[in-house]
Write a protein that binds this ligand. Structure first.
Ligand SMILES: Cc1cc2nc3c(=O)[nH]c(=O)nc-3n(C[C@H](O)[C@H](O)[C@H](O)COP(=O)(O)O)c2cc1C
Length: 198
């Protein structure tokens, strides 16, 4: 299994940083290959400039985008690790999606409407937050986040969003709570089968 971990947090002191590392360790424990795309470390330029749009339209895709698209195409599992900022993705992640999940690569218009091209991929979204989940639930926003951040992007492109895990009140969480969150994050993967064939 190829596990692509897309990670969008500027700080090594964040919960997201720990989670990204834990996902890599868990992948290796399971015998999966794990590739981390650390968007800040890569200094990924999230702005879709006029020239980028032009290149997109003419199919003249730049090498750095082709490289990311190859990683997405090859992946069986994609984990996306990010903090919730202003009820959405950090700009660097939004820009990654704008540029990488492009028309013709991730989706196309078919006879019956939009066709997602990235099938047979499991997606896991890991969203850390400052607020409580209940506060967002009262406003109907947890469902909205699932639809907008999962459905309208990854499922739109043909992928299966298996799970979106929200991690509330992270800035005030204790070490024990952080440890529990990490365990919950890893528990979303299917248990490793104990039946080893001889
Ligand atoms: C620019 C910015 C915007 C934020 N917007 C939100 C928000 O809309 N909702 C929320 O619950 N937390 C918000 N926060 C808090 C972060 O989500 C929270 O600090 C972070 O997820 C904690 O996890 P981390 O250690 O991985 O950063 C925001 C933080 C920043 C810096």
């Amino acid at each position: 299994m190829k596990h692509l971990i897309i990670y969008a947090h500027p700080s090594k002191r964040s919960f997201s940083f720990q989670l990204k590392n834990a996902l890599k360790v868990e992948s290796e424990r399971r015998g999966w290959s794990a590739t981390i795309r650390d968007l800040y470390e890569m200094k990924f330029d999230p702005v879709l400039w006029p020239s980028d749009l032009e290149k997109m339209k003419t199919g003249n895709t730049e090498d750095y985008i082709l490289k990311e698209q190859e990683l997405v195409k090859e992946a069986d599992i994609i984990s996306v690790v990010y903090p919730l900022w202003w009820a959405g993705f950090p700009a660097i992640l939004k820009g990654y999606i704008d540029k990488i999940l492009s028309y013709g690569f991730a989706y196309k218009a078919g006879k019956n409407g939009i066709e997602g091209l990235l099938t047979n991929k499991k997606v896991y979204l890991y969203t850390s937050m400052g607020n409580k989940v209940e506060e967002y639930e009262e406003k109907g926003l947890i469902e909205a986040f699932r639809k907008i951040q999962g459905g309208e992007i990854f499922e739109f492109c043909g992928m299966n969003v298996e799970h979106q895990q929200f991690f509330p009140q992270i800035p005030s969480a204790s070490t024990e709570e952080i440890e529990k969150h990490l365990q919950v994050a890893l528990s979303v993967f299917e248990p490793i089968s104990e039946n080893v064939s001889s």
